[in-house]
Design a protein around this ligand. Structure first.
Ligand code: HEC
Ligand code: HEC
Ligand code: HEC
Ligand code: HEC
Ligand code: HEC
Ligand code: HEC
Length: 462
């Protein structure tokens, strides 16, 4: 290999480094906007975190950046802490244990939105009042963030595209120049003067021009890799299908629904009356678990966590008096004794003493989306399983559907409105008949959710 060739190889490397720089910087240029961050924080984080150093359900987040050496890790943690714990990161796992294994829910936030939140935390402010956590700012919160990530990806693609174009253009011009030179040689004219390279890039492009096949190969590899990355990044934006967090109590839908035939609505009692299906409180558990103190799979250990949370004395079969202000050691003794025949059980229950059960949310729609269970279950007569899968077969609940906009809309396109024997539509029925006609409905055409406005942005977005 001659020295000139290795010279250009070096420059090729320089070009690649420049490439990577462009890529990496374009991913962080979205600086945080603390105002947007404040709205996001209140909507998503304030019920568990203060921005001071005061502990709530989670740690106070003051100076949190300084506790994380790697910003990418911090982002990964916020997006899905249970996945991040699986990487074995020491700091995160220690933190998780310090908080008795209570788990932070996953968030469909993109990097820009997280930067906004971190900017808000950094800027600091008087502590956020958690009681206002959900009431504020129903507006377009995360949409700005989403665009930034998309924009980054598009910019990277454009940069690569431009470079590939330049390479090709250079290659073509070299071809035409050498053609010219050949023809000049033939006619005896002066040869076209060789161009003197004036910088790295010209040099490298010249080299690539002279190695067109290699340039083409490089271009194809780079652009397919980037398209693939972009595709994966875009299709994953905010999708948490399969998300399956551990729960503080090993509550099993198999035991309750499949084996004991308990109706979904017994526990998710607001599912036909409100937007939310609701998670049962410990009082609801106690309707049965005053009597049932042992399960077939987990013995007394898991059920005892309900007792420890709510203050039921399983030995005396009555509630402790003034439980919240009781001496902890006294309670520990009762449970230690109660669980003496199950090795390791007490240690698991201990953290739950005098603490409410904090179920980890499995399904989380962004705040700018309106979704109502009542509308779907009661009016639309859609089965739970269509959206949640076979919950009765899940030992640990996981997110079955992608919960993306496309998923909602696809179903609205193909699902028919249940007009028949539907109290909700007694009055509306005639209105729709007038507007869309008996003709269409009796023709056997589907009268889908789309036709009652189920694709209108404002139906699903505030
Ligand atoms: C349901 C309660 C809950 C919510 C909501 C929540 N977190 Fe957490 N967070 C926790 C808990 C608990 C921990 C401690 C680690 C653990 O046990 O998983 C934690 C830890 C953290 C940490 C690490 C703190 C440190 O000291 O290093 C960060 C950062 C964090 N959360 C950010 C957020 C952000 C940002 C949001 C909102 C988008 C949020 N959390 C929402 C409960 C929550
Ligand atoms: C005995 C009470 C009980 C019954 C009956 C019950 N559930 Fe649950 N469900 C719970 C509890 C407690 C949780 C929270 C813990 C968890 O996720 O496992 C939960 C969680 C869920 C979740 C996830 C909630 C989230 O965080 O997003 C879904 C979905 C769900 N249940 C659907 C159903 C369906 C469908 C049925 C009927 C087939 C049903 N449940 C029957 C108690 C019950
Ligand atoms: C058309 C789809 C759909 C149907 C049908 C449906 N759900 Fe849901 N469910 C969702 C979505 C979407 C969420 C997330 C809601 C959010 O984050 O605001 C959810 C959340 C939940 C939760 C978490 C707590 C809450 O209130 O947000 C529970 C529990 C739940 N569903 C139970 C049920 C049960 C029980 C049924 C049947 C009686 C049912 N769902 C039917 C889509 C559906
Ligand atoms: C309608 C009655 C009822 C309600 C309400 C109820 N359970 Fe149960 N639970 C049962 C029955 C029955 C068993 C199984 C006992 C058996 O088969 O020996 C059981 C078993 C369990 C087990 C042991 C599981 C195993 O397989 O070992 C746990 C843990 C549990 N329940 C937690 C809860 C929690 C937490 C709640 C409240 C969110 C709750 N239960 C609400 C009736 C109920
Ligand atoms: C499995 C099918 C299905 C899925 C998935 C689904 N929907 Fe629906 N949706 C329906 C049906 C059926 C109705 C009609 C109910 C009625 O008769 O008003 C409806 C109605 C609605 C309405 C009221 C529309 C109107 O014009 O009154 C809204 C809002 C809505 N859905 C939001 C959502 C959102 C948000 C999602 C995704 C998170 C979603 N839906 C997912 C089936 C579905
Ligand atoms: C049937 C319900 C439904 C309708 C109709 C609907 N959306 Fe959405 N939209 C959603 C859901 C659900 C999400 C959240 C998706 C996610 O988190 O992946 C969403 C997310 C978005 C986002 C944010 C994307 C992001 O990255 O977070 C934008 C912007 C948006 N929708 C715009 C629109 C516009 C514009 C229309 C009207 C043409 C519309 N939507 C109609 C349900 C709907």
């Amino acid at each position: 290999m001659n020295s000139e060739k290795s010279f250009t190889y070096h420059h090729l490397k320089a070009l690649l480094v420049a490439f990577l720089l462009v890529i990496s910087t374009s991913q962080t240029w979205a600086d945080g906007n603390p105002d947007n961050g404040k709205t996001l924080f209140k909507a998503n984080c304030a019920r568990c975190h203060n921005i001071t150093d005061q502990k709530m359900i989670g740690p106070g987040l003051k100076d949190v950046k300084s506790r994380w050496t790697d910003e990418a890790n911090l982002h990964a943690w916020i997006k899905n802490s249970s996945d991040f714990l699986k990487t074995g990161d020491k700091y995160a796992n220690k933190l998780f244990n310090d908080f008795n294994g209570s788990q932070m829910p996953a968030f469909a936030l993109d990097d820009a939105a997280i930067n906004d939140i971190l900017a808000y935390i950094e800027k600091g402010e008087t502590a956020v009042d958690p009681s206002q956590a959900t009431d504020e700012g129903g507006g377009n919160k995360t949409t700005g963030g989403g665009k930034n990530t998309n924009r980054n990806i598009i910019i990277v693609i454009l940069v690569i595209g431009a470079i590939v174009l330049l390479v090709v253009a250079r290659a073509l011009s070299n071809v035409s120049r050498s053609m010219e030179n050949i023809s000049r040689k033939e006619t005896g004219e002066d040869l076209h003067p060789e161009r003197t390279p004036f910088d790295f890039f010209t040099n490298v492009w010249n080299w690539l021009g002279a190695h067109k096949k290699f340039a083409l190969f490089l271009g194809i590899i780079l652009s397919s890799w980037l398209s693939y990355e972009a595709f994966v990044a875009l299709s994953k934006l905010g999708v948490y299908q399969g998300y399956k967090p551990e729960q503080p109590i090993k509550f099993s839908h198999v035991t309750h629904v499949k084996q004991n035939g308990i109706d979904c609505k017994y526990c998710h009692s607001t599912v036909e009356k409100s937007r939310h299906a609701g998670i049962p409180s410990s009082n609801v558990c106690m309707n049965c678990h005053k009597a049932v103190n042992e399960g077939p799979k987990t013995g007394k250990g898991e059920i005892s966590k309900i007792y420890a949370a709510i203050g039921w004395n399983p030995k005396d079969l009555k509630y402790f008096e003034n439980y919240s202000s009781m001496n902890r050691d006294q309670i520990r003794d009762v449970f230690k004794d109660w669980l003496a025949d199950e090795p390791g059980a007490f240690e698991n229950v201990e953290g739950q003493i005098q603490q409410p059960v904090q179920w980890n949310q499995v399904h989380v729609l962004p705040d700018h989306v309106f979704f109502s269970h009542q509308q779907h279950v009661k009016v639309g007569k859609v089965e739970c399983a269509e959206c949640h899968g076979k919950i009765e077969e899940m030992e640990t609940v996981e997110q079955f559907a992608p919960l993306t906009m496309g998923w909602c809309i696809n179903c609205h396109r193909k699902t028919e409105v249940q007009f028949a024997s539907n109290g909700y539509y007694d009055r509306l029925h005639n209105y729709y008949k007038e507007h869309y006609g008996e003709y269409e409905m009796t023709k056997g055409q589907a009268f889908t959710v789309e036709k009652i406005g189920g694709l209108e942005c404002s139906k699903c977005h505030y």
